[in-house]
Design a binder for this molecule. Structure first.
Ligand code: OOB
Length: 543
């Protein structure tokens, strides 16, 4: 099995410890300590569960013992694909306790993605919910196990079918549970937005990740009286750690798991549980702003609405305070590390017009031109970063590491930003070819490959187009091979390949040929840019 590691050069690691960022905390120790300090305080609330901190720890201990008794072992990687339910927390804390490595998948992922994560991580276990949003995950697990026979155990929250139910794990012996991990060990694998090709796996350590959400909880003002609503899927880095469910638990707050981010579901929970803070992607924030005007629910407990994952337009941002009566906090982050926040007491103008500033005084930020030289202050350029919670490399992916990191360890974010005189970052766009569809990152290349596998497709280029609601939608330009296939058939083809629904192209445009330059060749990147430009120009002319 490929060993897991995430190593900062010794001088950096020493500095991060000396400055008190890395404090040697680990996930198991964190929960154990809180289960004593906040024993009877509510830790997590779901549809019909209400667990105190002591109960959450008891559940995690039982599951940890059960997973070991089942045959999984410390060091095993386990794909976790669970929706926003309290068991997400008992399961991942159980994995941490048993020194197993969660690999976080989104509920929207399907066989192609899960097989890829399982293979890349060399997973031995897979934990699913019986169903969510009308989808039954058990047939998906059967398909994944056929493709990845190394998966020895599937555990199901709910009716297990052919697998093992979480509630029916064998009884484990407490003394078999391993000692706490070393804080510099990798705690889990997060998945990247996948800007080129398939998602990469992001190894995060106890030290670095706990620092990021501890500091986030502080920036977001979390206390034991705070109530955090997990509205976005918790497997995503934003609701997980910015400050997310982990930051909330670190602060002794109450976590409320919302099965859906829709205003209908979330508003009722805000009123019932007196939610004080939550995080959304821009399209959902727009939907909430619309719905707030006509809701019967009392939203007055809400103090902070965080918006991130994609650019939130200033015109919309300005409406948050008057409409919802709470403070907006913009969040610009990435699963690889760096997270920026506007601060709660910042002037309104900074809050609505920037995407915040970094968490840490030791987050190093470079803004460079394409030649690699710093741009003049205030001008847009490519954002590179390194710091106490930004990774130095992906798991087992030399090619991506060579592309995405400089020799001295800076991560090339692919984002184009400018820095204001106050030191805040404003996202201007990006240099990479992915589509940011309502916060979900889609790799153009990955979807092109699936389109090309269709017999009626000669060539395909996938680009992002501006979309009023989604921010960006995906559009595939397709050169047919022979008879033109139906757009609906192509979409169905991509879906049937076993991909997450959000990756199915929103729009398909058939063209006879792609332009080529005099040399006869253009890069895919230039090709996508020119298709996009010409399409928008002609649409503009028509409109
Ligand atoms: C978050 O993480 P990822 O890994 O899904 O995506 C990261 C990318 C960034 O590189 C940037 O391109 C985009 O998403 N992004 C934003 C943004 N926040 C993220 N673009 C414009 N404005 C923003 N506010 O998306 C993520 C991780 C942690 C916290 C928040 C978001």
């Amino acid at each position: 099995m490929k060993p897991l590691s995430q190593v900062w050069p010794a001088e950096f690691a020493e500095r991060y410890r000396a400055r008190g960022y890395w404090r040697g905390e680990t996930f198991p120790a964190m929960l154990r300590e809180r289960a004593v300090r906040f024993a009877d305080h509510l830790a997590v609330v779901g549809a019909d569960q209400r667990w105190t901190y002591a109960e959450l720890e008891r559940h995690a201990e039982r599951i940890a013992g059960g997973l070991l008794a089942l045959g999984l072992a410390p060091g095993d990687r386990v794909v976790v694909q669970l929706p926003n339910i309290p068991e997400f927390l008992s399961v991942v804390f159980a994995l941490f306790r048993a020194r197993m490595i969660p690999v976080y998948a989104l509920p929207a992922h399907r066989s192609v993605e899960i097989v890829h994560f399982a293979r890349t991580a060399e997973a031995r276990g897979y934990i699913i919910a019986e169903r969510h949003d009308g989808f039954d995950y058990r047939p998906l697990a059967q398909e994944v196990c056929r493709e990845v026979p190394e998966i020895a155990h599937v555990v199901v929250v709910g009716e297990a079918g052919p697998f093992t139910a979480l509630d029916a794990l064998p009884e484990g012996a407490a003394e078999k549970l391993p000692a706490d991990p070393d804080p510099s060990e990798v705690a889990f694998l997060q998945i990247s937005g996948g800007s080129t090709g398939l998602s990469k796996l992001i190894p995060r350590t106890h030290d670095d990740y706990i620092y990021s959400f501890r500091a986030s909880a502080e920036i977001c003002g979390l206390t034991p009286e705070s109530v955090y609503l997990a509205a976005l899927p918790v497997a995503h880095n934003f609701p997980m750690s910015s400050p997310g469910v982990f930051g909330a638990l670190h602060a002794g707050s109450k976590v409320v798991m919302s099965p859906s981010p829709s205003p209908e579901v979330a508003f009722e929970l805000i009123a019932r549980e007196k939610v004080t803070i939550t995080g959304l992607v821009p399209p959902l924030a727009l939907l909430w702003l619309q719905a707030a005007g006509r809701t019967q629910h009392d939203l007055s407990s809400l103090e902070v609405l965080q918006v991130g994952g994609a650019k939130f337009m200033p015109e919309a941002a300005r409406r948050v305070r008057p409409t919802l009566g709470c403070t907006l906090q913009q969040v610009f982050g990435m699963a690889e590390g760096l997270v920026n926040y506007t601060r709660l007491d910042d002037p309104e103008e900074i809050i609505v017009s920037t995407q915040g500033r970094p968490i840490s005084p030791d987050d190093e930020v470079l803004i460079l031109d394409d030649a690699g030289d710093p741009v003049p202050e205030g001008e847009p350029g490519n954002l590179l970063t390194r710091g106490p919670y930004t990774i130095r490399g992906y798991h087992n992916n030399d090619g991506a590491n060579a592309r995405s990191f400089t020799a001295d360890g800076f991560y090339r974010t692919g984002d184009v930003v400018l820095r204001t005189p106050e030191g805040y970052l404003a996202v201007q766009g990006r240099a990479t070819d992915h589509i940011n569809r309502a916060g979900e990152k889609i790799s153009a290349e990955e979807i092109e490959d699936h389109l090309l596998s269709h017999p009626g497709v000669f060539d395909a280029a996938v680009v992002s187009l501006p979309d009023e609601y989604l921010g960006e939608r995906s559009c595939a330009f397709v050169i047919p091979d022979g008879e033109k296939p139906k757009a609906a058939a192509l979409k169905a083809w991509v879906r049937a390949r076993g991909l997450a629904d959000f990756k199915v192209p929103d729009q398909i445009v058939f063209v006879d040929a792609f332009e080529t330059t005099a040399v006869g060749k253009v890069s895919r990147k230039e090709l996508r840019a020119s298709l996009r430009r010409r399409f928008l120009e002609s649409a503009g002319a028509e409109g």
